[in-house]
Design a binder for this molecule. Structure first.
Ligand code: CA
Ligand code: CA
Length: 315
């Protein structure tokens, strides 16, 4: 494990600042019992259990500093958390938080410390060493990265890549709306569904074992045409007489409407009407596939009249 994830255990030098607390351990325990009965506990001589699993990653880089992401697990319920950088308190955080973003931390080696408070009680200070860098060490995590956008699934982007020079342990695909998807170690692609009717803004980052992200990677995303089976008006994956019945039921009885207009435009004339149901019946009972090439294949619209709707090819 690298040094940045090392966490001070009870007995480290930082405990010296809490000697007065141990002197009055008796009455502090009494206060703890009455003041914070839901979470405070005496662990290893301290009144409040300390935070754990504190981790720091660097997301962006710059001349002075980039963006640092801190996360941790609270040892108990605190009223507030104190964040120290190099023995200077830089922030007081809500005691229920377990993550924080720090900026304007100078490039170089630092000690980040965090401790919880509940009333007059404090937990042990937990420290993590981290070197803020001016540029990423993960300069080439992947090669040949590319992206395709498909209309299916409410809009889907698929990003693929091949192995790069710098190793990485995980990654994220971040969408502009704040949602993000985790990229597993060793993956060669990631897909995000439900991104909308157009190519969304997004970025991909890769994270190494030491806590450093790559720079923001934004591959150009080429739109791919919607795929559908012409004649499969009810979108069940097959072309059958039920498609004609489904279409007629909507046209003349007002029943459920189809999702993909082009699938119901069986004769590919740019409209959905009775003639399409007749075309489907001709295909099913007479094997007529001309002039539309309705051959059950999953394919994009080959003429210039893509009508739209939610078009995809169910299995
Ligand atoms: Ca069908
Ligand atoms: Ca038609």
């Amino acid at each position: 494990m690298s040094r940045i994830y090392s966490v001070n255990k009870p007995g480290s030098a930082d405990r010296r600042r809490f000697v007065p607390a141990r002197v009055f351990a008796g009455w502090l325990c009494l206060i703890a019992f009455f003041a914070a009965p839901l979470g405070a506990q005496q662990v290893g001589g301290e009144v409040l259990s300390a935070i754990s699993e504190m981790r720091i990653t660097q997301k962006t880089y710059g001349g002075r500093s980039g963006l640092l992401l801190l996360d941790w697990t609270n040892g108990t319920r605190y009223t507030l958390l104190e964040l120290f950088i190099d023995d200077t308190k830089v922030a007081e955080l809500d005691g229920e938080l377990n993550e924080y973003q720090a900026e304007d931390v100078a490039v170089g080696d630092h000690v980040f410390g965090l401790r919880g408070q509940s009333g007059d009680l404090v937990s042990e200070l937990v420290t993590v060493f981290f070197t803020v860098r001016s540029s990423t060490p993960v300069s080439e995590p992947v090669a040949d990265i590319s992206c395709s956008y498909f209309p299916r699934g409410g809009g889907t982007i698929e990003v693929t890549w091949s192995e790069g020079v710098d190793s990485w342990a995980s990654g994220i695909l971040e969408l502009a709306d704040g949602e993000s998807l985790q990229i597993e170690r060793g993956a060669a692609s990631i897909a995000a569904e439900g991104v909308g009717p157009e190519v969304p803004e997004f970025a991909v980052y890769f994270l190494d074992e030491e806590g450093y992200y790559s720079d923001r990677i934004v591959p150009a995303c080429s739109p791919q045409p919607a795929l559908f089976r012409r004649g499969d008006c009810n979108s069940d994956g097959a072309v059958s007489v039920s498609d004609a019945i489904f279409q007629l039921n909507h046209l003349y009885l007002g029943r459920e409407r189809w999702y993909c207009d082009d699938a119901c435009d069986a004769n590919d004339d740019g409209r959905t009407n009775l003639s399409d149901a007749i075309t489907i019946i001709g295909y099913v009972f007479l094997g007529e596939i001309e002039p539309i090439g309705m051959d059950r294949a999953c394919r994009p619209d080959e003429t210039e009249d893509f009508l739209g709707g939610i078009c995809e090819c169910p299995l």
